[in-house]
Design a protein around this ligand. Structure first.
Ligand SMILES: Nc1ncnc2c1ncn2[C@@H]1O[C@H](COP(=O)(O)OP(=O)(O)OP(=O)(O)O)[C@@H](O)[C@H]1O
Ligand SMILES: [Mg+2]
Length: 487
């Protein structure tokens, strides 16, 4: 072996990092050779993103050393694209091509097009980023990584928003990158995926490196066990079959919105968990947004608790008893610069106000209760929300949806970015909600969880509901058939 082959791309020795009194990374040591895809697993708040940010010099470690051989690019967990700029402008942001002080716009557009092709993205380079969905934004982030021929690529939960085919495309790209000697750190909660794509797996628990092994030597169960330090059994509470006799709480009649939602009719019963399956782009999120009043309805009727809602606005729907957990929580659901307590109580502020003053103490007490119930990991209710780990932000948004005591709760990808243990807690929690009489519409791209949680499932494709399944028909084969239209 020559020296070039053995010299590592990344060497980390005894790395520690704290935020104030909270110590997040505790003596992490490992190294990474060229042409290796390394999986990084760990519970929400274990320190994965913090480690990624230390490697890419966004954070300064308190002690220890990091040596990166060559350049490194990180695709972060939360998107950093600027919505008011075009796709190509985002890709070249801070690295614009110019000559004699003039921007070489045409050259940038052509380069951007080539990069987009490389990551299998069909969005035109001139499109505004604000018009993209989350899966498309993710691809733009990855395209950026390929611009400066990095030797080390860090992907922080890249596939949470990608469907199966898009994930396969990404894996193909990563394998090509590895062929050319590039190395990847791949952070994900999808443990089967980690085993598929990674050569080696490192597990963090509470900031301590507790496993570093070849991926063939670790089963998904074993990874999960190392992550939480105990055995986990998976994990779906018994299904709640819809009782045909029970009351209808929400009804859609021939609801349409633009070309995304077409002639959708269904009804949701009291205390039911109704699944809504389909591939990315099938119109599920758009349907949810139409029901919740975020998107204009172009036809049809929506009846909530016996009353037809003529002009839904998000505010009106919330007051009528509808809570919504949006898919793109970064854009629509959180105020990162406000405290955890503020974020938890902001949709039902009236309950925390008297004589026009916000009762701070009452807010903080309520926040503390939710933190305990959902095991939201944060130093205190006064912690800035943006400082929480991605999964803990997600739990916060769910807890807030509850704070307004809804009769219908629409969940759009509720376990996105949530670790295996907490995922079980969220399922249990949704079941408990249904048990207490709340009707849940459960949108998910994760077939396993749709099948595990829902006794009745609607499947969408190209804006329309293509079928309804119940009982034993709720299985992978039937859902995929309706979702894709091919056997
Ligand atoms: N800028 C910051 N200020 C204060 N605390 C922080 C900051 N960044 C992270 N933390 C804390 O560090 C801990 C680890 O967070 P990190 O984001 O690294 O977790 P993670 O493993 O990526 O989790 P997830 O799977 O939820 O994304 C968390 O408890 C978080 O609250
Ligand atoms: Mg993270």
């Amino acid at each position: 072996m020559t020296a070039g082959e053995t010299s590592p791309v990344l060497e980390i020795r005894d790395l520690t990092k704290s935020f104030g009194p909270v110590s997040v990374l505790k003596g992490v040591t490992f190294s990474l050779g060229p042409g290796v895809i390394l999986g990084l697993a760990g519970e929400n708040g274990a320190g994965k993103s913090t480690l990624a940010k230390c490697i890419s010099s966004q954070y300064r470690p308190d002690s220890g050393t990091i040596r990166v051989n060559g350049s490194c690019f990180t695709v972060p967990q939360e998107f950093t694209l600027i919505p008011t700029l075009r796709v190509y402008e985002n890709i070249f942001l801070g690295r614009e091509l110019s000559r004699y002080g003039f921007l070489k716009k045409k050259a940038m557009i052509l380069r951007a097009q080539a990069l987009l092709n490389k990551v299998g993205c069909t969005v035109p380079p001139r499109k505004m980023v604000s018009d993209l969905n989350v899966a498309e934004k993710q691809k733009i982030e990855i395209a950026k990584a390929f611009l400066d021929r990095s030797k080390l690529l860090i992907l922080d939960e890249p596939t949470t928003v990608l469907n199966r085919m898009e994930t396969e495309t990404l894996f193909q790209i990563l394998r090509e990158f590895r062929e050319q000697g590039g190395s990847v750190i791949y952070i994900s909660h999808k443990l089967e995926e980690v085993r598929t794509i990674c050569d080696r797996i490192v597990v963090l628990r509470d900031g301590v490196l507790v496993a570093d092994e070849a991926s063939g030597d670790l089963s998904a169960e074993e990874i999960a066990r190392r992550m939480v330090g105990r055995n986990l059994t998976r994990i779906f509470p018994p299904k709640r079959p819809a009782d045909p006799g029970t009351d209808e709480v929400l009804r859609c009649e021939n609801v349409s919105s633009g070309r995304e939602v077409l002639d959708v009719s269904f009804s949701l019963k009291k205390g039911e968990i109704l699944g809504l399956a389909g591939l990315a782009g099938a119109g599920r999120t758009e349907l949810a947004e139409t029901i919740c009043g975020f998107r204009r309805r172009s036809g049809g009727r929506i009846v909530l608790n016996g009353t037809a809602i003529t002009r839904p606005t998000p505010d009106r729907m919330l007051r009528a008893g509808l809570s919504y957990l949006p898919e793109d929580r970064q854009r629509t659901a959180i105020l990162p610069d406000f405290t955890l307590a503020d974020n938890l109580t902001l949709s039902s502020l009236s309950r925390y106000t008297s004589w026009g003053f916000i009762r701070e103490k009452r807010c903080r007490e309520a926040a503390a209760r939710y933190m305990e119930r959902f095991r939201i990991r944060a130093a205190s209710p006064d912690e800035r929300l943006g400082n929480l780990s991605g999964g803990n932000q997600q739990k916060t948004v769910i807890a807030r949806g509850l704070d307004s005591s809804p009769s219908v709760f629409i969940f759009d990808e509720p376990t996105r970015g949530v670790d295996v243990g907490a995922r079980g807690e969220i399922y249990e929690f949704i079941h408990a909600l249904a048990e207490s009489g709340v009707s849940c519409l459960f949108i998910s791209s994760d077939l396993e969880e749709i099948i595990g949680c829902c006794a009745r499932v609607l499947v969408m494709r190209e804006g329309r509901i293509r079928g309804e399944l119940s009982g034993d028909d709720v299985n992978e084969e039937r859902i995929m058939f309706l979702a894709t239209g091919v056997k």
